[in-house]
Design a protein around this ligand. Structure first.
Ligand code: FAD
Length: 385
């Protein structure tokens, strides 16, 4: 059995974010760390966007940023000046290269390419078994879904956020690269909640992403047709070259992901970092690993307890998920009402789980009480029992 202080299980966004912070912190220089990933080279292309006040983390690898966003549905359009926030974009390739260059220079991290078969607790140690070896450590930081109960994740109100995005290059300078379309709901809603992001990074280059919040996935060719129709009919672009594409499925569920089990600390999607009502996770992952690193560096157990704020936002997300999943009110109208009646900064703060109760009430007053209140009461009674 090989012994370490920590084992980082999985090298996606969460595992790498944790390792970056560990490497940058003097406290961990004497710690022995195993970093186990099934394939250190085969990463899917992802574009991560998030909003933050400046200064931003990972500033050296930000691909692009916008200070103005656009929200649209078929009846309403609003340009949102979001200062002091900016909307940032990072390409996963740049992030992986940044993380791996730091990891490879670190003397105390062993890069292990292997598939993890099990992660367990044994006498106050975490035990990780892979296809080739067994490892023991004080803590295992787990971002694999090996310990996630997939049946429990599929609650009656859970949805899938599924999307396909293409980065296109065009001949004419059509785009305004100072504005990103955050959500364009003015597309058919017959298959369920659907919207498009348009993220221009030059006047002739943009990422167009067609996104659904539904229970069923589409076939790849259906996303392609929808993207093509959107580009031709809405953006009035007839000729374009596809530079790269991405596809994703993100769980939107009111299941409570356990943050830890004794010496196993769950991070990323496995640790509940995906916001159930929006699918955004990048910012939450950074907050989560920052808390873990702080606790470790203070010689405390890195077990993040659920706070009142966590429970509050989980409750809001669960209510919104039920309203959308059971078709009580269309998602495009909910978001339109919120963006119409509140300042964009407040909406973004709310979507980042950072508002106080008075700010929450302001946001909530923009949605129809007769739809949301009965769902909220039902959830509160269920939680009480
Ligand atoms: C295409 C795409 C675009 C997205 N865009 C955004 C966005 O714009 N903004 C945002 O906030 N969020 C976005 N997300 C959501 C979120 O940020 C990601 O899902 C995030 O990457 C989750 O990180 P993670 O580390 O939890 O999981 P992953 O990145 O999936 O990492 C898990 C890692 O564990 C490894 N692994 C799994 N099982 C084993 C095993 N048995 N043994 C060894 N290794 C194993 C995998 O190979 C993988 O590297 C996007 C997601 C996708 C898919």
């Amino acid at each position: 059995m090989k012994k370490y202080d920590y084992i980082v299980c999985g090298g996606g966004c969460a595992g790498l974010s944790l390792l970056i912070q560990i490497i940058d912190n003097q406290f961990f220089k004497s710690k022995r760390i195993a970093f186990i990933e099934t394939n250190h080279r085969a990463h899917l292309h992802k574009t991560w966007c998030f909003w933050q006040e400046k200064p931003v983390f990972y500033s050296s690898i930000i691909n692009y940023q916008w200070d103005n966003l656009i929200f649209k549905n078929d009846q309403f359009e609003k340009k949102l000046a979001i200062d002091p926030y900016s909307y940032f974009q990072i390409q996963s390739k740049a992030f992986y290269e940044f993380a791996y260059s730091k990891i490879q220079k670190s003397q105390n991290i062993d890069l292990i390419e292997d598939t993890i078969l099990s992660i367990d607790n044994q006498s106050n140690k975490a035990i990780v078994n892979t296809t080739k070896e067994s490892y023991e450590a004080d803590f295992a930081f787990n971002s694999t879904l090996l310990l996630t109960n997939k049946n429990e994740m599929n609650t009656s109100n859970s949805l899938l956020q599924h999307f396909k995005g293409i980065e296109i290059l065009i001949e004419e300078p059509v785009f305004n690269p100072t504005e990103a379309t955050f959500m364009d709901f003015s597309v058919p809603q017959n298959l369920g909640a659907a919207f498009v992001y348009v993220l221009p990074t030059a006047n002739n280059k943009a990422l167009i992403e067609y996104t659904f919040f539904t229970k069923k996935l589409l076939h790849q060719h259906e996303y392609d047709t929808l993207l093509n129709n959107y580009i031709k009919e809405k953006l009035k672009i007839q000729k374009y070259t596809i530079l790269q594409s991405e596809y994703g499925i993100i769980p939107m569920t009111d299941f409570i992901f356990p943050a830890y089990k004794n010496r196993i600390i769950n991070i990323g999607t496995a640790g509940g970092a995906v916001k159930a009502s929006s699918g955004f996770a990048f910012n939450n992952i950074q907050k989560q690993v920052t808390k873990i690193v702080l606790l470790l560096s203070q010689n405390k157990l890195p077990q993040i307890k659920r706070t009142f704020t966590d429970k509050k936002f989980h409750f809001y997300d669960a209510v919104l998920l039920e309203v959308i999943a059971t078709n009580k009110y269309p998602a495009d109208k909910v978001f339109a009402m919120i963006f119409k009646k509140s300042k964009p900064q407040l909406v973004l703060k709310f979507l980042n789980n950072e508002t106080n109760i008075f700010e929450d009430l302001k946001i909530m007053s923009s949605v129809p009480t007769k739809i949301f209140l009965p769902v909220a009461i039902k959830k509160l009674i269920a939680a009480w029992r």
